[in-house]
Each structure stands twice: as C-alpha cells, then as structure tokens.
Design a protein around this ligand. Structure first.
Ligand code: IMP
Length: 198
C-alpha cells in the first residue's frame, strides 16, 4: 500500500486528513509515526512557497509521498496582514487573546464592508518522482467587532462567516471542516492525487 506522510505535529490536522482521505487506498502517517524529526525554516513569501519548502525538505528523508500545508489569515484592510506571518504575528509566544485584540483595535471604527478577510491554506505534495503538486483554497469572511466562541484555535474567535452569521470559533469541528480553507485544500489535493494514480 502507498504511504503518505503528512508534515504536521498537530493531532487535529491528522484527524482531518484521515477523515477526508479515508476512501483512498493509502496509509497516512504523521512525521512522528514515520520517524522523521527535523526543523524547517519557512522563509517563503507565499503560502504555496512555504508548503512546497516543507514538503520538499521532508521528502529528502523518505521515498513516500509527503504532504505539507501552510495557512494563515489575510485581513484586506491591513494589506493582507498577518498573512504568511500569522503564527509569528506579534511574536510566536504571544497569546491569541492579545493578537486577536490587536487586530480588533487596528480595525476599530472600520465598517463591515471594509473588514473582509480570509483564511488561506496551501497544500503541497512532494511525489517520489520529484513532481510537486500544489492546491490553495480559501474561506471568505470578515473580522467581527468582538471575539466570540471557544471552539477552534488561533484567529477563529474574530473571523466571522456570513453563511452561519457567527465566528468560526462558534462552529463545531464538522461544520468548520466542511467549509474551511484546509478542508477544501485537502479535498482538492485528494482529487489531484487520484488523477496521479494514487
Ligand atoms: P500553520 O499553517 O499551521 O502554521 O498555521 C498558521 C497560523 O495561521 C496558525 O497558527 C493560526 O494563527 C492561523 N490559522 C490558520 N488556520 C486557521 C484557522 O482555521 N483558524 C484560526 N487560525 C488559523
């Protein structure tokens, strides 16, 4: 059976990829399960670049397919900040309570139509033959006036979607996975892998 290694240490992401790719004839392993341990400098300027950097770096350790993702929040009014710096915004160790409040403060008084934002997710697959496949998907929304909800992580409490009229931190994991940037990018990658004969 073919093996796919997903370059993440995040249990939630592993659960999601296993769910989405359950009907494929592949075994999905985390980096830890594959016995790979390495630190990668994500110095790309786009989500796609960072995902490719990660996937290609890990592919040097294995002959299996390697999948890597990179994601973040783009706020239009802030010139698409924090973007690829989403995890590092105001410092990696700064709490999301502080980061989220800072974004709300920077948008104080800005009307809803100018508060548009999106989560972006790029996924790269480094194939054993050297080919690299990439998908990129978004979920469109806006920055609310205040934080709401306690599900999810990161910027979820300030990111609202019109479809549900609430923040993504107020959605269940299933509801979010169905419409999320990562869910969509993973499903698009599954299509590409299928076309590739996986
Ligand atoms: P990474 O791609 O896992 O490194 O995530 C980058 C950062 O983007 C995270 O640390 C979060 O700050 C932010 N982010 C990405 N996806 C989401 C999401 O679905 N909800 C909230 N924050 C997110």
């Amino acid at each position: 059976m073919k093996r796919i290694i997903f370059a993440t240490g995040n249990a939630g992401k592993m659960r999601e990829i296993r769910e989405i790719m359950a009907d494929m004839d592949v075994e999905i392993l985390s980096m830890k399960e594959a016995g790979i341990e390495t630190d990668i400098v994500e110095d790309g300027t786009t989500f796609e670049e960072n995902a490719m950097i990660k996937a290609k770096a890990i592919a040097t350790f294995t002959k299996d397919i390697v999948l890597a993702d990179d994601s973040g929040l783009e706020v239009d009014y802030l010139n698409k900040e924090p973007g690829v710096y989403s995890a590092r915004y105001m410092g990696e160790d700064t709490s999301y309570e502080i980061k989220n409040q800072a974004i709300l403060d920077r948008l104080a008084g800005v009307p809803k139509e100018k508060r548009t934002a999106r989560f972006v997710c790029a996924i790269a697959a480094a194939m054993p033959d050297g080919e690299v496949l990439v998908t990129r998907e978004t979920i469109e929304g806006y920055i609310g006036e205040k934080t709401a909800g306690s599900n999810g992580f990161g910027y979820d409490p300030i990111f609202y979607v019109d479809e549900y009229g609430c923040s993504t931190a107020e959605l269940t994991e299933e509801q979010k996975n169905e419409i999320s940037h990562r869910g969509k990018a993973l499903r698009a990658m599954k299509e590409k892998l299928n076309q590739y004969g996986c």
